[in-house]
Design a protein around this ligand. Structure first.
Ligand code: ADP
Length: 380
């Protein structure tokens, strides 16, 4: 197809198709006119010419001349009529053939989209030779691919949710069976363990609801200019007891000049609680966590760095995916649902910022960086 040059473009194909119809029409007209004037016209005209030659008086000459002219006119009209009819039929056939050839890819796209609408997401169309239709077909295939991926994600999500719900439910039914059979004593300790499982279910449902909100963009943000330091201080003092109970050293660093950002104060705190909470959860006793605020030109960063279990390089790209856990059993034991970071990153994005993670590797600690747009000094 590459050798077709401009005929790869639909525009030139349509022009060429019209030209073919015109050329076929004109050729048929010429041919038919030629055939009729060569074989039909001479026979009838010759008879009239003979009449004219034999005419004796002026009246007979006039009659023969009129008859000759009529015959000539009729012959020409018949020739043109036959030629025109031939051209119409030829033009119709070649036009239909060409239109079919041009429209075939569009018909294929139309029937494919119908099959996709019926739920067959693996459907793809062949990319046609003409440039414009190739663009349509390529975009169509990309759309079909995106739909297929969304469908796969949906199926995976349902599977994950079912799996997450099963763990606490299995534990709860185990406790209940044990209580009914008298294997477990009905003392406050057993009920406290059962309550932990119920809390886990509650947390999961809350997280799922929050996830659905952030992913669909249905979160109300109160975006304003505010100083970052008091928010970080509040989060750190809120989590300090937890860090101290694990004998973790929790330090903060701020730049000399105050840092103002343009974001939602409560959502920023929510993201930081998640990051510092994770740092506490995934750092063994005696480790250190540092929260550092850095001011950029148009943005500000909050870095949460720990000396904990770190993240292997192969896990980093998936860290923000729903339900992803580097070590599922460890995270689940500590009550993690694996969607905290997904929610946190969506919140950062919704505020015009970003959330990224880095780690030199397993057992070498990790750093999470929350970036937020800097406030315009005029907004403060
Ligand atoms: P979870 O509720 O399981 O902690 P998150 O979405 O908050 O879910 O985190 C996803 C996964 O990322 C965790 O299961 C853990 O494997 C990894 N992770 C998050 N924060 C850290 C950290 N500070 N150090 C090491 N791994 C981390």
């Amino acid at each position: 197809m590459s050798g077709l040059g401009p005929f790869r473009q639909l525009k030139w194909r349509i022009v060429a198709a019209h030209m073919v119809v015109v050329i076929v029409g004109v050729t048929v007209i010429l041919l038919m006119a030629r055939v009729t004037t060569q074989y039909l016209v001479p026979a009838s005209v010759q008879a009239r010419v003979a009449d004219l030659a034999e005419a004796q008086d002026p009246e007979a000459v006039a009659r023969a001349t009129t008859a000759l002219l009529d015959t000539f006119r009729n012959s020409i009209f018949t020739a043109v009529l036959v030629a025109a009819l031939g051209a119409i039929v030829a033009g119709l056939i070649s036009g239909l053939m060409l239109a079919r050839q041009i429209l075939r890819p569009l018909q294929e796209i139309a029937s494919s989209s119908q099959r996709i609408a019926d739920g067959r997401y693996s459907e793809r169309v062949a990319v046609p030779g003409s440039d414009e239709l190739a663009v349509v077909a390529t975009h169509f295939n990309q759309m079909a691919q995106a739909l297929e991926e969304v469908e796969e994600q949906r199926i995976r999500l349902i599977g994950n949710v079912a799996h997450e719900l099963r763990t606490p439910l299995t534990a709860l039914s185990g406790y209940l069976e044990g209580l009914m059979d008298g294997l477990f004593p009905s003392d406050p300790e057993t009920f406290a363990d059962m309550y932990q499982e119920v809390r886990r279910l509650q947390r999961l449902v809350d997280d799922l609801q929050a996830l659905s909100r952030v992913e669909s963009g249905r979160i109300s943000l109160k975006v304003e200019a505010f100083a970052l330091r008091p928010v970080v201080e509040r989060v750190v003092s809120q989590l300090r007891p937890q860090a101290e109970s694990k004998e973790l050293h929790l330090a903060t660093h701020y730049p000399d000049a105050p840092t103002a950002v343009f974001a939602d104060r409560d959502r920023t705190a929510q993201v930081l609680v998640n990051l510092v909470g994770n740092a506490i959860r995934y750092t063994p006793e005696g480790g250190a966590i540092t929260v550092r605020v850095e001011t950029g030109e148009r943005s500000a960063d909050v870095l949460v760095k720990d000396t904990g279990i770190g993240i292997p390089a192969e896990s980093l790209p998936y860290l923000f995916e729903r339900f992803y856990r580097v070590d599922p059993s460890r995270s689940r034991r500590s009550g993690g649902s694996g969607i905290g970071l997904t929610i946190a990153r969506h919140l950062a994005w919704a505020m015009g910022g970003d959330l990224t993670a880095s780690s030199p590797g397993r057992d070498q600690g990790s750093t999470f960086t929350l970036t937020l747009p800097a406030a315009d000094p005029a907004d403060e």
